[in-house]
Write a protein that binds this ligand. Structure first.
Ligand code: SF4
Length: 391
């Protein structure tokens, strides 16, 4: 005879997921098959419920955000990934390459906001010499001393190394000396040779990505991790990606956060693929939280998931919403390639989190708590209304 509290759990979670529930309660590691089942079950509420147990065990109601600014320094790229709408092409965005003066100007536009993180990534632009990357980092630190620079995907690092003609470890040490603090970790999208072959075979493969990540860990830099979902990957490939990331983290212990990234087909070669739904977004957050027991944080990146889904995701395993952003060129609102403004102010971030019944905590890039200071009033910002879709 089951006691009544367990009966209630069985009714909600379903008998078929009770073995996973028992593992979650006992703090046991889930295996690859558990991951596939969590992706396949139609009972999303149960997956969210399980993920929320882990989320609250780790963070209670605490929900993190950062005041940051994104800079995408060039959209010229020779990799032509099929899922990408960012790189310059006919009928798409016009090519650009930011000079150091452009970067300085972009930073100065938001100088009155107490930003703690600058996030910089760009295309693989063979015209940019090694010195450009070093000067880029130095310029940011000069304009904003003390800021944390999170920059360059693993693919960009390989290009920077090619330009430098030096071993990757030496390049990373020199980038660090110039101001690099951590790596955003992107570039592999999903660790699957099949998907790599079909969608982005000019970029480094899974093994290459893992080797670069190991070198990043070796020089003492922090890294973040992502997974792009909702294109041609299978549920099994998603589970494999999470298990591989987890194994790498066991080895290196240098990852801080994992962010499932929702694929946006608009303006890509995969425009015929339907956009992932809110249901997909919540499930990917929840399964990541359950499988990645050695990652402290799971992020719902509001630009990709919308502010609304991100609020809900705070009950499906997410404890972080990223930040204020300011400009974002990787995906475009309504196919408008000229519209780079995508910003939430600190009061908007706080409101979003409080509306969802959680406690907002302003953090820096390494999750140290920051004492919030008000932003100056009267600034002219193009805000995203909280009730508007960004898709
Ligand atoms: Fe280039 Fe990155 Fe876009 Fe691939 S995803 S085409 S590497 S900018």
């Amino acid at each position: 005879m089951l006691d009544s509290s367990r009966q209630r759990v069985v009714r909600f979670v379903g008998a078929e997921l009770m073995d996973i529930y028992d593992k979650v309660i006992a703090g046991e590691r889930l295996d690859y098959n558990d991951g596939v089942r969590l992706y396949a079950t139609p009972n999303l509420s149960a997956v969210g419920y399980l993920a929320n147990i882990v989320r609250e065990r780790l963070h209670g109601d605490r929900t993190y955000y950062v005041r940051n600014q994104h800079i995408n320094y060039t959209n010229i790229c020779n990799k032509f990934c099929k899922f990408c709408s960012f790189y310059a092409k006919k009928g798409g965005p016009s090519p650009y390459e930011m000079s150091l003066e452009d970067v300085r100007r972009r930073l100065t536009e938001h100088l009155e906001v107490p930003i703690t993180e600058i996030h910089m990534v760009g295309g693989i632009n063979p015209r940019l010499p090694y010195e450009y990357y070093l000067d880029l980092l130095r310029t940011v630190k000069e304009v904003r001393p003390g800021v944390h620079i999170k920059a360059f995907t693993m693919v960009e690092l390989i290009e920077i190394q090619r330009q430098a003609k030096k071993p990757l470890e030496t390049v990373l040490v020199e980038l660090k000396e110039a101001g690099l603090d951590s790596l955003p970790g992107g570039g592999i999208e999903i660790l699957s040779d099949r998907v790599h072959q079909e969608l982005f075979d000019r970029k480094l493969d899974g093994e290459g990505w893992m080797d670069v990540a190991r070198t990043v860990a070796k020089v003492g830099l922090t890294q973040y991790a992502t997974m792009l979902y909702g294109h041609i990957e299978t549920l099994e490939e998603r589970a494999e990606h999470l298990v591989s990331l987890r194994a790498l983290q066991d080895e290196t212990k240098h990852f801080v956060t994992m962010t499932p990234l929702c694929f946006h087909p608009e303006g890509t070669e995969l425009e015929h693929i339907p956009h992932p739904t809110g249901y997909d977004d919540l499930r990917n957050i929840a399964v990541a939280r359950l499988m990645l027991d050695n990652f402290a944080h799971i992020k719902s990146f509001w630009i990709m998931n919308t502010p609304q889904i991100s609020q809900t995701a705070l009950w499906y395993g997410a404890d972080d919403l990223d930040g204020t952003i300011h400009e974002y060129e990787i995906t475009y609102k309504d196919g408008d390639f000229g519209n780079k403004k995508q910003v939430l102010t600190r009061p908007q971030m706080v409101k979003m989190i409080e509306e969802a019944g959680r406690i907002p905590i302003e953090r820096d890039s390494l999750y140290n708590e920051v004492t919030p200071t008000e932003e100056p009033t009267g600034r002219s910002l193009h805000l995203i209304p909280l009730n508007a879709s960004t898709r």
